[in-house]
Every structure is written in structure tokens, then in C-alpha cells.
Write a protein of this length. Sequence first.
Length: 218
Amino acid sequence: MHQVTIKGTGQRFPVGKIICLGRNYLDHIRELGNQVPDRAVIFCKPASSIIPDGGEITIPGYSDDCHHELELALLIGTAGKQIPVAQALQHVAGYGLALDLTLRDLQAELKEKGLPWEIAKGFDTSCPLSDFTPIEQVENPNNIRLVLKVNGEIRQDGNSAQMMRSVEEIITEVSTFYTLEPGDIILTGTPAGVSRIQSGDRLEGEIEQVGSLRVSVA
């Protein structure tokens, strides 16, 4: 069973659901030519998709177009359902970095056929994930910089202020569909700049006040 740690506390949570938000940054929506959604685009990854800081990504042989997507991750510490916006942060234990890796070619194929595309998002090693920083150490999760470098070159450089939905609004909306439980993780979407990764690449993500994540591609 996969577990995540709150840095500096020794506190560990078994991972439950990994709930992901798509199309939450306008620039990312535009770069992929997608429509702006009326409601949150929500999908899930299995816990088996997680690899830790320093881990190695394995791109499946059935894809030739794997993209990186750097995201702010929320760790749920207190259970809740239909959580009001004003109370949303009371349910968060910490913030982390995640990469939502996407097999873009497989995703496009499945979308074209009108089929679910979770297998393009939930493959083994598709969720590199850092340890979590305690919530009280992040002043404002809705205004922090996210940067991803591939082989030392900046590919993504955004700010959570660009999100269409705030962290609080995300928690509220997600909790209308799913009961949130301790150990659940929410990925909040990615800024523009997603691109293909390949064997030998080194990925370095940093989120202001939260920390860093470094992984490589097998």
C-alpha cells in the first residue's frame, strides 16, 4: 500500500483516491485546443501510479507521446462531503508536487472514439509525487509559482493564481461528487507548457513554499 508523509512531522497517510482536475488553467486549455468546460473535468488515477521523489518513469511501449503536467497536490487530512468553500482548507493536511503524466496519443485515440481515457492517465509510474508540506507553511496556495524543467530547460512556468477554480472551490466541487477521506489526494490542474518526454530525460519540478520533485525517464 502506498503511503505519503507530511514533512517534519513523521505523520504518514495511506493513499486513498487520487482525484485529478483537468482544464483548470486557461492557457493549458488553449494550447491543447480544448473547450472551456462548464464544470470541473474530473478523473482518477490509482494509487499504483505513484512513484516517489527520485523515482524513475517508465513510458509504456504502447505509447510514443507521453507528456508532463506539473501540478499542485492537496492531501486530505479530514473527511468531508459537500464541503462549504469557507471550510475547505480545514480538510487539507498538506501541499505537495505531482506530475500528471499523460499518454497523449492514446488519450486522443480514446477521445475520438468517445471512450473513457483513464488508461492514458493511470498507468504505472504516471504520478510522480513528493512528500507533503504542512498546510500552515504555505501562506496562500492560490498564489504560488510552479516551474518544471526538463534537462535543465524550463518547460512550464505558471502560478496557481491562474487557476480557473481556487483550491477552496476545487475541494468544494470535488466533494459534491466524492466523499473525501484522509489520505485522498487532489491534483489541481497544470499550467501551459506541457510537452513530450522521452527516455533519458531528467525532470525537476518546484512549487514555491511547497518544495521540489526530481525524477527521470527510463
